[in-house]
Design a protein around this ligand. Structure first.
Ligand code: ADP
Length: 520
């Protein structure tokens, strides 16, 4: 039979070994090792100090008066202790304890060594003069060894969980959606951006199959993950996989996305697939705008050029003598088409200026009733099918605005009314509200189809009907909106049983001018 002491010692060592393998909280674990070491060596107090990057720190202490620790900590933390070896620290602590306890305490200290490096020290103090025997020291050494393993494990664990947290934070902060897939294509987790893109939570998606989650509205471009795997990806070709298409999701509107699949191979075996999902709406829009721009420029600019060229070369024919009225009519067409061309080029330039950095305004007091009246007169000369009326209440305040731009805006709205309404009244009216004015241009034409409403202020947008029946670049309302917004106002469409009604508001910043009622 083993003597009691040996039994206790074995039990303690077993307890520590168990603790070392089970407990990953370093602070708790060291406290446990220290408590057991003190008990076994029949001591009253003790401490474990760890060597950190550039200093020493008391990681746990037992039975040591706080005043002593307060004295000890700065001493350990001092720069000069950085390279202190255990012997030095030992004698430092011995001196300290001796002084602090007026010779009543005596202690023993041993280093904690892991992978050949001193990573800390353990000290046990007794409050009776009995010296520590070599057996005591041997015993303490086995605790010191266990503590060293514990520190090493806990540090490793800390590092791993820190890396895991860092990775999770990185994944969640990514702007692109990320899906982490298991080799069997079930979803391990998704990040915040994917939740937003897809409209479902990580919790709801975990465990679902990739093929039930990533579904396309129409055949995507490139190989899907499933198709690629049939041909042996990623083991035959470890390269990334890229597929682009319209992703079906909770929102009824599919989202254009590009997905990159990257395999994670461990020892030649697939352990995860990382899918990065990027919203490519902007690229699509840019592509569409580019395509529309080319078709607008080629169609809308070519038509007047062809007309001008046609009329000019007809008039130039030397074998024909043209009557005067034919010459006049032909020249009128040439002039009108040249004006249209100039106008379109101005609009295109304005649109590209807008994209490059907004509109520069040169503001002064502008009387909207006077401007509306002037434009009504000018446009009335161009149409006999419409009657243009202007109605502003008396005392209408002036607005601080860029007159040329406001004229361009109103002219766009009036010319649209003439273009889209086959006839009837075109009414330009003003409303004076607190701190803002509202101007409305309404006609008695077909009005704006509710399906076109969300898009009519977009660049190059033209309704299908408009494309078939009328000429235009789809820039009029886009520029109108930009002008209104540059002035701090708003533009919108109001539903009317008959015809279109476009309204815009402008803030009133100047009240110096007030204009009396203008009617036509
Ligand atoms: P464009 O007139 O060159 O097509 P706009 O930007 O001025 O371009 O107008 C965009 C679209 O809004 C037009 O294609 C047309 O469908 C619609 N629209 C604008 N004004 C009217 C109106 N007064 N009546 C009916 N539809 C209109």
């Amino acid at each position: 039979m083993l003597p009691d002491f040996r039994v206790r010692q074995r039990d303690y060592l077993l307890e520590i070994s168990r603790a070392v393998t089970q407990e990953l909280d370093l602070k708790k674990l060291l406290a446990r090792i220290l408590r057991i070491s003190i008990e076994l060596l029949a001591g009253q107090a003790g401490l474990i100090a760890l060597k950190e990057a550039s200093t020493w720190r008391v990681a746990t202490a037992h039975g040591i008066p706080p005043a002593f620790l307060r004295y000890l900590e700065p001493l350990l933390a001092e720069e000069r202790t950085t390279n202190l070896d255990v012997d030095e620290l030992n004698s430092l602590l011995k001196d300290l304890t001796y002084t602090a306890s007026m010779g009543l305490l005596n202690g023993v200290g041993l280093s904690l060594i892991s992978h050949g490096k001193v990573i800390g020290v353990i000290f046990i103090f007794r409050n009776y003069p009995d010296l520590f025997s070599s057996n005591d020291k041997q015993l303490l050494q086995s605790f010191a060894d266990q503590a060293a393993i514990a520190v090493y494990n806990a540090q490793l664990y800390g590092q791993v969980s820190y890396e895991q947290q860092r990775l999770a934070a990185l994944i969640d902060s990514a702007a692109d959606g990320i899906l982490i897939l298991n080799p069997d294509h079930t979803i391990e987790r998704v990040n915040d951006a994917f939740e937003r893109i897809y409209g479902q939570s990580d919790e709801a998606l975990r465990g679902k199959r990739h093929e039930d989650t990533i579904r396309w509205a129409k055949k995507p471009e490139g190989q899907t993950l499933e198709q690629a795997e049939v041909s042996g990806w990623p083991l035959t070709s470890g390269a990334y996989l890229y597929v682009e298409g319209d992703l079906l999701r909770s929102d009824p509107q599919p989202l254009p996305v590009g997905i990159t699949y990257a395999p994670l191979l461990t020892d030649g075996k697939l352990s995860n697939i990382f899918a990065t999902v990027r919203d490519i709406t902007h690229f699509r829009n840019a592509d569409e705008v580019k395509a529309t721009f080319i078709s607008v420029v080629s169609h809308e600019l070519k038509t007047p050029v062809a007309l001008i060229k046609g009329y000019a070369s007809t008039l130039r024919r030397e074998d024909v003598r043209w009557e005067k009225h034919v010459v006049r009519e032909s020249l009128t067409v040439i002039e009108e088409e040249a004006d249209r061309l100039a106008h379109m080029i101005d609009d295109l330039l304005d649109a590209s200026r807008l994209q490059a950095g907004g509109l520069a305004l040169s503001r002064a007091d502008v009387s909207l009733p006077v401007l509306a009246l002037r434009l009504a007169k000018r446009f009335q000369t161009q149409t006999t099918r419409h009657q243009i009326s202007v109605d502003f209440p008396s005392g209408f305040p002036a607005v601080l605005a860029d007159e040329t731009r406001i004229e361009q805006l109103l002219a766009n709205l009036i010319s649209n009314a003439i273009k889209y309404a086959p006839g009837g009244e075109i009414a330009i009216t003003g409303q004076n509200l607190p701190e803002q004015v509202v101007v409305t241009v309404s006609d008695e034409g077909p009005g704006i189809d509710p399906r076109d409403l969300p898009h009519i202020f977009d660049r190059f947008y033209r309704s299908d009907g408009a494309v078939r029946k009328t000429k235009g670049a789809g820039l009029g309302l886009y520029l109108a909106k930009a002008i209104v917004e540059a002035h701090g106002g708003r533009i919108w469409v109001e539903n009317k049983p008959v015809g279109a009604k476009i309204c815009f508001s402008l803030p009133v910043v100047s009240n110096q001018l007030s204009i009396t009622n203008h009617q036509k």
